[in-house]
Design a protein around this ligand. Structure first.
Ligand SMILES: [Zn+2]
Length: 116
């Protein structure tokens, strides 16, 4: 499953960072785009499972979903793509090009003593 491999890779990065700064991680924020979107519930479970027995056990994982953006070919407006209303916000044109999707990213790690 997509989430399991993401959880494992994120966990190893957090463990590595925690070891380097010698602090206990308490939370982390990851962001993802629309094409590589994570299911929050599955992701939290996968992370909990992977983190069990490590210093990351009990950490809070926050998942930020970054909307897909598109630029209109008619008026040049860049807008957040909405699958239920796939037209330009400005001129209602259906001709637009997608911006690159947001990558899957580990944004921040919070540590117990406030270090980052
Ligand atoms: Zn437009």
């Amino acid at each position: 499953m997509h989430e399991t491999s993401v959880a494992e890779s994120i966990l190893s990065t957090i463990l590595e960072t925690a070891g380097r700064v010698n602090a206990q991680p308490v939370g982390a924020t990851i962001s993802c785009g629309q094409f590589n979107a994570l299911n929050d519930e599955v992701m939290n479970f996968a992370f909990e499972t992977a983190a069990a027995g490590t210093v990351c056990e009990g950490m809070t994982l926050t998942i930020r979903h970054v909307p897909l953006r598109a630029t209109c070919r008619q008026c040049g407006t860049t807008f957040e793509f909405d699958i239920y209303r796939p037209v330009c916000r400005q001129c209602s044109s259906a001709e637009f090009v997608f911006k690159p999707d947001a990558p899957l990213l580990l944004e921040t790690i919070e540590f117990k003593d406030g270090k980052e």
